[in-house]
Write a protein that binds this ligand. Structure first.
Ligand SMILES: Cc1ncc(COP(=O)(O)O)c(C=O)c1O
Length: 415
């Protein structure tokens, strides 16, 4: 048997392996059965090729707080370089518990109700693989972070979505009620939301809880942007709502808050029974990770309130800078309430297809953005066809230069 017949699911559907389901659900499997690179890899490669300003991928270009960086170096020097405990360094578990109490008034037992994971990504993976059975339905909002779809595919489950539509990207509550049924095992809620920048209204969050209770489903929240929130918006963790805690897995991570995306320190919080289930899977995914980074993130989580408010207000200024520049360039812009992403409609500029434009931008204008179709399934792509996502987690001078380049679009002759 040739290797191609072993691996080619297009010609041999019975050979479809879990990796192909993961790629297929994330929209990365071509008709020839081969996986394509993610749009982020493609765009980052173009940014390098054309020396373009990368406002596509969401990673900061400045380091986070010095205390946090110093704490990691000190931990290495102290010899914290071997496997940490499976649930996480006790000091970080304590700091996560203190953080939940300080910001949200939630009491969480650090010994039984928290595990440290390799980023939020591993917490999502462990949650889906631990709880979701083949044939179950998992509800997410759409556009969605691609890892959800990949994990739902790996679990052999069905992906059901609820649309988030311009201009405010809040879900329609009737559509939500229709999507959640007795077949729903898990509802994944990303709030603040990537890529839309929406912060869900409290009544939406309560509705999610009520539906989960009614249909006996779990809720996993992805709160990695919990501190990147603007204007009058407030982050409200679902776990704080009546009836939610016993069925909710609260997931977050340090990467966005402390500009340490490469450290991959995340966590999951839930009642002990659910944490035990997650830990059972997690211990065979990575077992543990990031020993010296764990106490450093404990330092970060204990920084005074001023750090968190300053981080948000600096980012809000950058948001305004980019939003205004995109408006001047002729885009229709949906100013976000949270995250470090902004969506811009390219249609008013005469570009109905944002994917096509995103491939021209690096070469012709010297800027990279990501089409929102990368976050939706093929059958919904037409609804999001003219939307591009830009990030403002870059230095102000970089945003200004990117903005100046984008303003050239207005004068570009497209004939
Ligand atoms: C919504 C969302 N969830 C999770 C992640 C990944 O988090 P981590 O790096 O902690 O795994 C990201 C990163 O971009 C994200 O946007």
């Amino acid at each position: 048997m040739s290797s191609s017949s072993l691996f080619n699911a297009a010609t041999h559907p019975s050979h479809e392996g879990p990796w192909q389901r993961a790629a297929g659900f994330a929209g990365l499997l071509g008709p020839d059965g081969r996986p394509s690179p993610t749009i982020f890899a493609e765009m980052t490669a173009m940014a390098v090729q054309f020396d373009a300003i990368n406002l596509g991928q969401g990673f900061p270009d400045q380091d986070g707080p010095q205390e946090v960086l110093d704490a990691a170096k000190a931990a290495i020097d102290r010899g914290l370089n071997q496997y940490p405990p499976g649930r996480g360094e006790p000091d970080l578990l304590a700091a996560i518990s203190e953080h939940q109490r300080r910001f949200y008034g939630l009491d969480v037992n650090p010994d039984t109700e928290i595990i440290v994971t390799a980023g939020a990504t591993e917490a999502i993976a462990a949650t889906v693989l631990a709880l979701v059975r083949p044939g179950d339905q998992v509800v997410t909002f759409e556009p969605f972070y691609d890892a959800y779809a990949a994990m739902i595919g790996l679990a052999g489950a069905e992906h059901v979505t609820v649309s988030l539509r311009a201009p405010d990207f809040q879900p329609d509550l009737d559509e939500l009620a229709e999507a959640v049924t007795d077949k729903t095992r898990l509802i994944i809620v990303n709030d603040p939301n990537n890529p839309t920048g929406a912060v869900f209204a409290p009544e939406t969050l309560q509705r999610i809880v009520d539906l989960a209770v009614q249909h006996d489903a779990f809720i996993a929240t992805d709160e990695v942007y919990e501190h990147l929130i603007f204007d009058d918006a407030r982050h409200l963790p679902i776990a704080t709502l009546p009836g939610a805690f016993e069925r909710t897995i609260t997931i977050s991570s340090a990467g966005k808050t402390f500009s340490t995306t490469g450290w991959k320190i995340g966590w999951a919080i839930a009642v002990p029974e659910i944490i035990t289930a997650n830990l059972t899977v997690k211990q065979y995914l990575t077992y543990v990770n990031g020993a010296p980074f764990q106490p450093a993130i404990a330092t970060g989580l204990r920084l005074p309130d001023r750090f968190f408010t300053t981080t948000a207000s600096i980012l809000q200024r950058k948001r305004d800078l980019l939003v205004e520049a995109l408006q001047r360039a002729g885009f229709r812009v949906f100013s976000p309430k949270g995250t470090y992403f902004v969506l811009a409609d390219t249609a008013p500029l005469g570009y109905p297809d944002a994917t096509e434009l995103s491939r021209q931008l690096p070469r012709e204008v010297g800027v990279v953005g990501v089409p929102v179709t990368a976050f939706v399934r093929a059958e919904r792509a037409s609804d999001y066809r003219s939307l591009l996502r830009f990030t403002f987690c870059k230095r102000e001078d970089v945003i200004r230069e990117g903005a100046a380049r984008l303003e050239k679009l207005r004068s570009t002759d497209r004939s």
